[in-house]
Design a protein around this ligand. Sequence first.
Ligand code: ZN
Length: 96
Amino acid sequence: MSETTLQTARKCPKCNHEGLLISKQPTEIDELTGYVFQCENKVCPWYSTRWVVTADEDDKVPTRDIGHDPKRFPSVPTITERQRQQLLDRLPDDTQ
Ligand SMILES: [Zn+2]
């Protein structure tokens, strides 16, 4: 069984370039840290799109098999959609 690590999850699901770390914050689950990454690849359809990754203290991403559907990649089952949105909402809006 292959593991997802933070190193893997920080890559853009669309272009596989390493995302820029925008923010790192604790989650409501003690062992997990939430990371927000942003694609910096100008030719990528996800350019300046952000996604959330949660990882534990060993940088392992606790997620079920996500298969090969990139649209499911940002959905981390250990946090709710509401928590994910809160992570994003806390960010200063510096993209304008
Ligand atoms: Zn990308």
